[in-house]
Design a protein around this ligand. Sequence first.
Ligand code: ADP
Ligand code: ZN
Length: 607
Amino acid sequence: MDNRENKTNKTPRSIFYYYGIALLVILIFNLILRPLIFSKREETTTYSEFINAVEVGEVEHVYFTETEIKYTKEINGRIYYFKTGIIDNPALPQLLQDKGVEYAAEIPTKPNIFLSILLNYGIPILIFFIIGRIISRNMKNKMGATGINIRGREVAKVYTPDKDKKTFKDVAGQEEAKESLLEIIDYLNNPLKYQKVGAKCPKGVLLVGPPGTGKTLIAKAVAGEADVPFFSISGSEFVEMFVGRGAAKVRELFEQANKKAPCIVFIDEIDTIGKKRDTGFSTNDEREQTLNQLLTEMDGFEGNKGVVILAATNRPEVLDPALLRPGRFDRQVRMELPDLIGREAILNVHLEKVNKEENIDVNLIARMTAGASGAELANIVNEAALRAVRNETNCVTTKDLEESVEVIIAGAVRKNAILSKEEKKIVAYHEIGHALVAAKQTGTAPVQKITIVPRTSGALGYVMQVDSEEKNLISKEDAKQRLAILCGGRAAEEIVFNSITTGASNDIEKATEIARSMVTRYGMSDEFGMMALQTGGNTYLGHSGESTVSPETARLVDIEVRDMIKEAHKKATEILLENREKMDELAKFLLEKETITGKEFMEILNK
Ligand code: ADP
Ligand code: ZN
């Protein structure tokens, strides 16, 4: 199957072989070539010849060393070098002086052996070493592509069992996922119990869920609970780091794991290697070989060996069906975005690790963060802790948490964004428009906070709404109300300034998305009713799927969407016109304070 790999798997020459050659080159250079190059051709003469030449005035320079006298003569414009031995002759300097010869003597120094070794050997070796590394790295890439195996050191580091141990206590919420993984832990703890009955442990479990829901975390926790080694590698590493060697790497990984069994092997982003094989021409491509090797390995090792493979993906629908067959990843565990209770639990887990005031309103923070993943919640707590340090209180408060929610959700407060007075006024009315439409429609969540302090995300202001309870089902009425709220900002601008600005672009985008989903996915339009107008779509990555309708119907859908938004806009305008005075009052208040709470808003509204 992968004979290409085997054929080319020649034993590679060790890097030390090349270093040896380099060292030899340096030695030859220093001991043989260097004296040849640097010693000038000097003719040896007698002392009397030297004295004669000085007398005649032929000598230009004289240089006394400890053992000889070197001198130069200029003949027909060319310099010739000579040397002779030393005879103790006190009159010589005077003679040279008289003849105008330039002369000098060597200052006797003890040769600095250390320095000369460093200069002659150390630096060249260093240079060779650096060049060698660069070349060998390039070679690894190039040869890797043809399947030649160069054993470098960093490759093996990838699978070292993890040291920081996690347990189920570190994973908040995700009760269903934990429950389905309990069996695996039990198996790893007492394999005998299962073997007696003849039951085989599931080999592979696929963890499916959006990014940041704790898939890696729970895999580590399974290893921690069962107290077995944890090997982890990401699918993308197979195809990026080990170019051309994906299949061999899979084999190595399983060799290692088998040695350490029982153990957990965790493959993150398995979709990068486990994508559906397409039936195109490129049947021998890298990814496919890697996938094939993975399948072979999974079929190959015995179920009772105690190697359990956990793999994570957020795109289960792109996986090759072969991966999901019995005996491979035949179990799926879903990791969902946490609900209100889950978010509270996650916040508590992470708050445990920071210094905080008593009575933190965790519930409030959880309610503010609908839709946030575990990773984002962890980030919010960390951000709050950083704030506490910055403010030198060193104690996380509810307020820190609230502020960091805004930082994470809306981007940090933009310090230098200065709005003109007129702009600020427009923004204030815009936000009050949203809030007022929200508050005036029954059943809409109360407003938590309104602000016109600009954020780095580009939002000039926003209305934060907090649902009093988690909503899983959204009724058509709810959806329509949301549309009206989104239209409220623009409507307020129109009413007050009789002109419109670009500030509503985000609202428009969101409103269109909601309206389109209502028509094409949720069967909420009168025109089409329960007809599905769209297929698939990745529920996790927000890809909305493909339209399945004819062009004419698509046009009708557009019209339907347009009408829905128009209607919502009309509704919003009506509400705002009815409450024109309140709107002015609220906008003025907001302009003054820049940030107002839901309570203040409601007080003015109900006055
Ligand atoms: P994934 O692998 O699903 O992308 P991770 O496991 O890498 O997500 O999660 C990232 C971080 O988010 C974790 O290290 C942890 O701090 C935090 N986290 C996510 N889910 C949870 C959870 N259920 N309980 C506690 N912390 C969580
Ligand atoms: Zn808006």
